[in-house]
Write a protein that binds this ligand. Structure first.
Ligand code: NAP
Length: 276
């Protein structure tokens, strides 16, 4: 798969200027000695399907997919992985022998970032959007003893829980692992106290292990990560999860093991542009 000089991959989104994936994947291609390129593909929703269908003939091997196209990406695919089908969204497309294959590496990227068995753990997932769905499904599939979803809008947590056969809770409950899959912490204008209060975490102690899927544009610590480290928790941040899901995409497209260290250092050192 990897012996295709000049092959292309990209990230489909709108906007996509903030994405760190080009820096991460370019570093991976360089490190693996591949003459491949990875580009930003800012595509409006109404042009998504025709753009995707045109990519294979233009030399593309695959694409990552971000907001707002993750549902449409599943819809356009000829084949979906069990993760993408169960989660109902895809973040990775591969173009193989004229077919479009959809996968969701947000789920397995979280498990890879955890890098330990979750069997027997009680997991509490905050958020019932796309990232919350992927996290809840991944943790349930990996054998967590209990997966509970809390969400600001409780009905969304209940709907997700019914669909994925996990639990929903109206307020936070004790856990061994907490995953912040809300977008709280993304907006630097919201102070730490307000961010923690929005999630009901203010005045509480963290469990031993906390994953914050959110990462900031300037690389500063997020409110949930700061709260967790202060309380003595082991913290896995959003950039590590991003690198792990990117590593899975890289392997799907190239058939090679991903050069994780090169990808990590690109994720933490290169700042994305802010233009669309
Ligand atoms: P989404 O579908 O828009 O869902 C947003 C979630 O955040 C919803 O559960 C929403 O609750 C909640 N939320 C928003 N504002 C809130 C507030 N003020 N108080 C409490 N809850 C609030 O977004 P997503 O795709 O799931 O992404 C969520 C976050 O995960 C984003 O920051 C994204 O960048 C990050 N993410 C990171 C990775 C990674 O690789 N590190 C991968 C995927 C996503 P309601 O339902 O009540 O609105």
């Amino acid at each position: 798969m990897a012996d295709q000089p000049g092959a292309l991959c990209g990230v489909l989104g709108y906007p996509v200027g903030h994405s760190r994936s080009p820096a991460i994947q370019a570093a991976a291609f360089r490190s693996a000695g591949l003459d491949w390129r990875y580009v930003k593909l800012p595509v409006r929703p109404e042009l998504f399907e025709e753009t995707v269908r045109a990519l294979p003939a233009s030399g593309y091997r695959g694409a990552n997919v971000t907001i707002p196209h993750k549902l449409a990406a599943l819809g356009v695919a000829d084949r979906a992985s069990p993760a993408a089908a169960a989660i109902g969204a895809a973040n990775t497309l591969s173009f193989v022998d004229g077919r479009i294959e959809a996968d969701n590496t947000d789920a397995s990227g979280l498990l890879d970032a955890l890098d330990r068995p979750v069997t027997g753990l009680r997991a509490l997932v905050l958020g019932a959007g796309g990232a919350g769905r992927a996290a809840a499904w991944a943790l349930r599939e990996a054998g967590a003893a209990r997966v509970t979803v809390w969400n600001r809008t409780g009905e969304r947590a209940e709907a997700l829980a019914r669909e994925l056969e996990v639990a929903a809770a109206p307020r936070l409950e004790p856990a061994d692992l907490l995953v912040n899959a809300t977008s709280v912490g993304l907006d630097p204008a919201v102070g730490e106290q307000d961010a923690l209060a929005a999630l009901g975490l203010d005045g509480t102690d963290p469990p031993g292990l906390v994953v914050d899927l959110v990462y900031t544009q300037d690389g500063s610590e997020t409110p949930v990560a700061a709260w967790a480290s202060r309380g003595g928790a082991e913290v896995i941040d959003g950039l590590e999860v991003l690198v792990r899901q990117g590593a899975l995409s890289f392997s799907l497209w190239t058939g090679l093991r991903a050069p994780l260290d090169a990808m990590r250092s690109a994720a933490r050192s290169e700042r994305p542009e802010t233009a669309p």
